[in-house]
Write a protein that binds this ligand. Structure first.
Ligand SMILES: [Zn+2]
Length: 380
């Protein structure tokens, strides 16, 4: 038995693809032209990720508008927005560098995904020779599409949440049916739920517990055997090389987060100030029996927001330290976040998205090699 290692999902989109997205929004190229660029970027992403030695790969989410909005819009600018949505919803997050990302707003029912993650995966999987993973968005994030206060005429919050859970379940089941070996649920709003940012009202509403409950409504629809391969990703955000909730203490999130009955967790940790304290919290709060599955804890050993490439030795040191607090059979290695969760991302600390792509593959290689070293040092 060795330490498993897995990425979160996204990679920076090549500059040419980001230009094609802008041209598509401007109406100067058609969807077929955009799709051709997306296909090429997915193929390149898979080939280069396989070349790192990673045992499981993704297509870098090169077709998705973002990790959160892929089910409901073709581009971040709102081209191809799904039915019953308007562009002017609440902030999802305000990042430390001052930029923000906004969600659409639900205007009525019913709520339906227009795109499922499997629609992308089925196009990408022929390019892969290794197992592929697929990330999906948590229903808790999309619950923010419904107005924070009051209710929509003819479509109650409970009707919406019921539709949302059905769509989120379908998203996961279809990803497995399309060939995903593993499916991880992006839950970046978990840590943000304890932020209490007066500029962003939902973050002050103590929504963490209802997020956990809602996500479990979906996760609990899967058998223990299925949940072994269903994960949850937590992070303090990662967009334009900036974060939204690194200042929120992990101690506020982890006891609740591990109440979700998922089989594994992909957790930002490389960029934490006091990693050892968090390893300890992870060891204390993760469960070896979450309704029939042990919770495998993948600790972040790579920081996708920092262009400095970690060494394999640093990665191995982190894993060996973590193994003092987290049982070895429930320890894994991951990146702190996707490398570009939003399709349009300049990667300013890297200088360009193309350079950031090169750096990302070097970082994944360091994670894979460092995990090997940790296996040897731990006798696994
Ligand atoms: Zn993330």
């Amino acid at each position: 038995m060795s330490i498993p290692t897995e990425n979160v999902g996204s990679l920076p989109r090549p500059a040419t693809l980001q230009q094609a997205i802008a041209a598509y929004d401007a109406g100067t190229i058609g969807f077929d032209d955009l799709a051709a660029q997306q296909d090429a970027a997915c193929k390149d992403s898979i080939e280069r990720m396989e070349a790192t030695g990673a045992p499981i790969v993704s297509d870098g989410e090169q077709r998705a508008s973002s990790f959160a909005t892929y089910p409901i819009t073709d581009t971040l600018a709102g081209t191809g927005l799904a039915d019953n949505l308007a562009g002017d919803g609440q902030y999802f997050a305000i990042f430390d560098d001052g930029h923000h990302r906004q969600l659409p707003r639900l205007t009525g029912g019913p709520f339906r995904y227009k795109t499922f993650a499997s629609d992308y995966l089925s196009k990408s999987i022929p390019y892969a020779t290794k197992p592929m993973k697929q990330a999906v968005i948590a229903p808790s994030m999309l619950s923010l599409l419904y107005p924070l206060d009051g209710s929509l005429d003819g479509y109650t919050r409970e009707q919406f949440l019921s539709d949302l859970c059905d769509e989120a379940e379908k998203d996961i089941r279809q990803a497995f049916a399309a060939g995903a070996a593993r499916v991880s649920i992006d839950f970046t709003e978990g840590r943000l739920a304890s932020k209490n940012d007066p500029r962003n009202p939902w973050t002050g509403r103590h929504m963490l517990e209802q997020f956990i409950e809602l996500n479990n409504r979906v996760i609990d629809r899967f058998s223990a055997q299925e949940r072994v391969d269903i994960g949850v990703h937590t992070c303090p955000g990662g967009d334009m090389d900036s974060v939204h909730s690194l200042d929120v203490d992990y101690a506020e999130l982890l006891p609740s987060m591990f109440q979700m009955n998922a089989g594994y967790f992909l957790m930002q940790l490389a960029s934490e100030k006091d990693k050892e304290r968090v390893y300890k919290l992870v060891g204390e709060h993760s469960r070896d029996d979450a309704n029939g599955v042990p919770q495998v804890c993948f600790i972040g050993v790579i920081d996708p927001l920092n262009p400095t490439v970690e060494t394999p030795e640093q990665v191995a040191d982190d894993l060996v330290t973590a193994s003092r607090y987290i049982p070895k059979e429930r320890l894994g290695a991951t990146d702190d976040c996707g490398f570009s969760p939003f399709s349009v991302d300049d990667k300013p600390k890297h200088g360009s998205p193309d350079f950031a792509r090169d750096v990302a593959f070097q970082k994944i290689t360091a994670r894979v090699q460092g995990t090997e070293i940790a296996n040897e040092r731990l006798g696994l």
